[in-house]
Design a binder for this molecule. Structure first.
Ligand SMILES: Cc1cc2nc3c(=O)[nH]c(=O)nc-3n(C[C@H](O)[C@H](O)[C@H](O)COP(=O)(O)O)c2cc1C
Length: 438
């Protein structure tokens, strides 16, 4: 039987000039203004999406590689997605908004207070995508950055701290009795004396408690420590895995085991796989696109090299396309995940850069599960199959721009609705309630 799934939109390059280099930049597109984001948010809501999640990284990277990151705006600049959130809330009634936040950047009391404010202002539609990027640590302190796992430990203490503060108003503390004139019963507030490894502060929080639950916590980490964090803390886990039955089921089992280990139920977490489909009008068009992608010209390869240079903080554009990558090129700081995406399982010493980039350019068809190019019906088949494996939802990637949103959703939404995969109604009770509705 077809089961409904949750849909989110991932604004993958954050609150930045992500339309740069695209023809639709001329579509009255000023990335620093809220207007087009608001328009797109309304359309996602009309489409029945649960939320939009906004990527963020607070840093332009290391001093030596800033130029690689900003030259084509692949790695910045970026404005703060937390401050875009209220504009998106104002433009919509049901859509959740999940900005990315890094615990290194906010002291718990400030964070708990700001997020409480947004949760109240939005009618309980706030989520927080908690990330542990340690590369930006130097912007917040001159102390040595934490290691990978220690950054997760701090993130756990941070989330726990927020919850201590949000829960510092005990049962019955908020009275609001006009007859007696009593607003609150101060004896029921918990003073919260937190003395942890990373944070020390006192409470209670001076915001009132939530009526429909705390802001939703999302997490995207894929390491063992990242999955453990999700099991312990998250309402949504953003998943990257090959969309084959075995890997989807294994990924879900790992998260569920991590949740149970921390005394939670598997059903407390919605696992949402991130996918960037290219939806086209016909099978012929899909076949044509995929066939053409096997023979990228040098312009396409150079564009890919620029993009990779930003992600890898390593200049690939100056290298000979027909020579292997120099072994010493990749410094310690290079992201292993990004490197793996570039070189795959090819022999680095014997493979010319052209071959890596060509592999990267290659698209695949949804119909044979070799990629994500296909018709709306083919994509709906894939989502339906994911549902049969127990999947909770899907995170679609793209700019938060009407052109991108329309290209992806115009044909897809009616197909998904007809098949009963995509919601028609919201609970009207906020993001947490919508996520738990099925
Ligand atoms: C869908 C998705 C969204 C992500 N969004 C962000 C983000 O906004 N900011 C960030 O620093 N990292 C982001 N990441 C990367 C992860 O947070 C994390 O840095 C990376 O997975 C490494 O953590 P790990 O070692 O636990 O896997 C994202 C990853 C995925 C799959």
């Amino acid at each position: 039987m077809t089961r409904p799934q949750h849909f989110g939109w991932f604004l993958a390059r954050g609150f930045g000039p992500h339309g740069w280099g695209h023809p639709y930049l001329d579509w009255d597109y000023d990335w620093t203004r809220p207007d087009l984001y608001q328009q797109s948010a309304r359309e996602l809501e009309q489409a029945g999406f649960d939320f939009v999640l906004i990527e963020d990284a607070p840093s332009l990277g290391s001093a030596e590689t800033i130029d690689l990151r900003v030259r084509h705006a692949f790695g910045g600049p970026k404005l703060d997605p937390l401050l875009l959130a209220p504009y998106l809330f104002q433009a919509t009634r049901h859509l959740g908004v999940i900005p990315t936040v890094n615990p290194a950047a906010y002291l718990p009391y400030t964070a708990a207070r700001q997020f409480a404010t947004l949760q109240h202002l939005s009618g309980d539609r706030l989520g927080l995508n908690v990330v542990t990027d340690t590369g930006s640590a130097r912007h917040f302190s001159d102390a040595a950055p934490l290691g990978h796992d220690a950054a997760y430990d701090r993130a756990e203490e941070w989330v726990t701290s927020l919850r201590e503060l949000w829960r510092s108003w005990g049962e019955g503390a908020l009275v609001r009795d006009t007859a007696s004139g009593v607003y609150a019963d101060g004896t029921k507030l918990d003073a919260v004396r937190h003395r942890g490894e990373h944070f020390a502060f006192d409470g209670p929080l001076n915001a009132i408690p939530f009526t429909r639950g705390e802001p939703v916590i999302a997490s995207p980490g894929g390491s063992g420590r990242g999955l453990a964090f999700a099991g312990a803390n998250s309402d949504i886990q953003l998943a990257l895995a090959p969309l084959h039955e075995k890997s989807v089921r294994e990924y879900r089992a790992k998260i569920h085991a991590a949740a149970v280990e921390r005394g939670r139920a598997p059903s407390d977490i919605r696992i949402m796989f991130a996918i960037q489909p290219v939806i086209v009008a016909s099978r012929e068009e899909a076949d044509r696109l995929v066939a053409a992608s096997a023979h990228p010209d040098d312009t396409v390869l150079r564009h890919l090299a620029q993009r990779q240079s930003s992600d890898l903080e390593t200049d690939l554009t100056a290298l000979d396309l027909d020579a292997p990558l120099p072994a010493e090129l990749f410094a310690e700081n290079v992201s292993h995940g990004s490197l793996r995406r570039l070189v795959g399982d090819r022999d680095v010493s014997a493979t010319p850069l052209r071959a890596h980039l060509t592999a990267l350019a290659r698209l695949g068809r949804i119909s044979d599960r070799s990629g994500f190019v296909g018709t709306a019906e083919e994509f709906a088949d894939l989502i339906e199959e994911l549902g049969e494996w127990g999947n909770d939802g899907v995170l679609l990637w793209g700019d938060l721009h009407p052109v991108t949103v329309h290209r992806t959703l115009d044909e897809l939404v009616p197909v998904l609705r007809r098949r009963g995969i995509l919601r028609r109604d919201y609970t009207g009770q906020g993001l947490r309630a919508d996520l738990r509705a099925f």
